[in-house]
Design a protein around this ligand. Structure first.
Ligand code: SAM
Ligand code: SF4
Length: 374
């Protein structure tokens, strides 16, 4: 009997080098181990296969740098994974050649998320990125030449030294490429990282100066026809009816179940959350013996699930049904945020009452959720 999970995440941790600001589960180099890692992923898929529905909606290959993975191994992995309506691969610009773009396209990938971060050479250097602005643009064109009609750009604001003019220039560059989707993240410098150490003072100064910078991002992208559909995500509103929101991430924000494969990968399965240990050797060892990798399992009680549903649902411009919001907040709290002009109650397409943050509420983001949960 097949299972119910319709969203699959696959973690490919390998990177050519480690960027200073990065806090993801990554492994530098180890070209000799890419094949064994793909074997392990496929063994894990076999162990978990029963959880997956017959037809998947989304598959997402994230990293790390999935496109740094040895080409033959990447092709073998893509051929063995279940197909889905949306198959996304994260790519670093310097790895995107015409051959790589064709490989992805031929393997059934429908969407590429390209890690541009910035188009300013000095800021790319601060981030310790390997791709120059020209390489970022060239990667985008290679993907277009391979007929990708759903490309997302990842960009960062809050980079140490980033002026308002530099941010505006990045927005211009991104718009000139006309990607279907843009993720605009605020750079997070985790305490204790090499990056936070090197740029600490500048990051504090920056945090104050940057207030209002994100408004510029929202204004400019809205004016160019992009829908601000999630706190950090924008997509073109397509005239031919294609929904260009990131369907895989949308599943997370809507609280759907998903299965994660690979080191550090997270799965949410009903009232259970599992996190694979971020240890390559242990992962390879367990799966070589056809055993589940070491992982933490957390039970999600009803309250935690309701709070997560609220936190994630309020990130979306569609909000969440009032009936679901009420599981974690009371009428007083709802009244308070409404009176403050941070949220409104409206009816969705099916006439259900929906709690939606106002643009001001969405800019405050997590703070409104905290107010609701207090
Ligand atoms: C899983 S990461 C890696 C993607 C790819 N390896 C790359 O570097 O382009 C996906 C995206 O998360 C964002 N990201 C990574 N580190 C971040 C940080 N410290 N703060 C905010 N966003 C970050 C970047 O925009 C990045 O493109
Ligand atoms: S390439 Fe991407 S995943 Fe790898 S270290 Fe840099 S930011 Fe992190």
């Amino acid at each position: 009997m097949s299972g119910h999970v319709r969203h699959l995440y696959v973690h490919l941790p390998f990177c050519a080098h480690r960027c200073g600001y990065c806090d993801f589960v990554t492994v530098v180099g180890r070209e000799g181990q890419h094949g064994r890692y793909v074997d392990a992923l496929l063994a894990e898929l076999e162990l978990e296969h029963g959880l997956l529905a017959e037809r998947l909606e989304t598959v997402f290959l994230g990293g790390g740098t999935p496109t740094f993975t040895d080409g033959r191994e990447l092709r073998r992995l893509l051929a063995a994974l279940p197909s889905a309506a949306e198959v996304t691969v994260e790519a670093n610009p310097e790895t995107v050649t015409p051959a790589l773009a064709r490989l992805l396209r031929d393997a059934g990938v429908t969407r590429v998320s390209l890690g541009a971060q910035s188009f300013q050479p000095d800021l790319l250097r601060v981030l310790e990125r390997r791709a120059s602005p020209a390489v970022v643009r060239r990667a985008f064109y290679h993907l277009r030449d391979a007929n990708f009609d759903n490309i997302s750009l990842d960009l960062l604001h809050g980079i140490p030294g980033q002026s308002a003019a530099a941010l505006a220039a990045d927005i211009d560059e991104a718009l000139a490429l006309a990607p279907e989707h843009i993720s605009y993240y605020e750079l997070e410098a985790k305490q204790g990282t090499r990056f936070a150490h090197a740029h600490g003072a500048e990051l504090v100064r920056q945090a104050e100066a940057m207030e209002g910078y994100f408004d510029l991002v929202v204004e400019r992208l809205n004016a160019a026809g992009y829908r601000w559909y999630e706190t950090a995500n924008f997509c073109l509103a397509e005239a031919d009816g294609r929904d260009l929101r990131a369907q895989h991430n949308l599943a997370y924000w809507l609280g759907r179940d998903y299965l994660g494969l690979g080191i550090g990968a997270v799965s949410t399965l009903g009232d259970q959350r599992r996190r694979n240990a971020p240890r390559l050797r242990a992962y390879l060892g367990s799966l070589a013996g056809r055993e589940a990798p070491p992982r933490e399992v957390e039970a999600l009680d009803a309250r935690t699930r309701a709070e997560e549903r609220l936190m994630l649902g309020l990130r979306l411009d569609t909000g969440l049904p009032l009936s679901e919001a009420r599981r974690s907040v009371d009428d007083d709290a709802l009244g308070r945020v409404e009176r403050l002009g941070l949220a409104t109650l409206s009816a969705d397409g099916n006439g259900r009452r929906t709690l939606v943050l106002t643009p001001r509420g969405r800019r405050l983001g997590g703070a409104v959720t905290v107010e609701l949960l207090a």
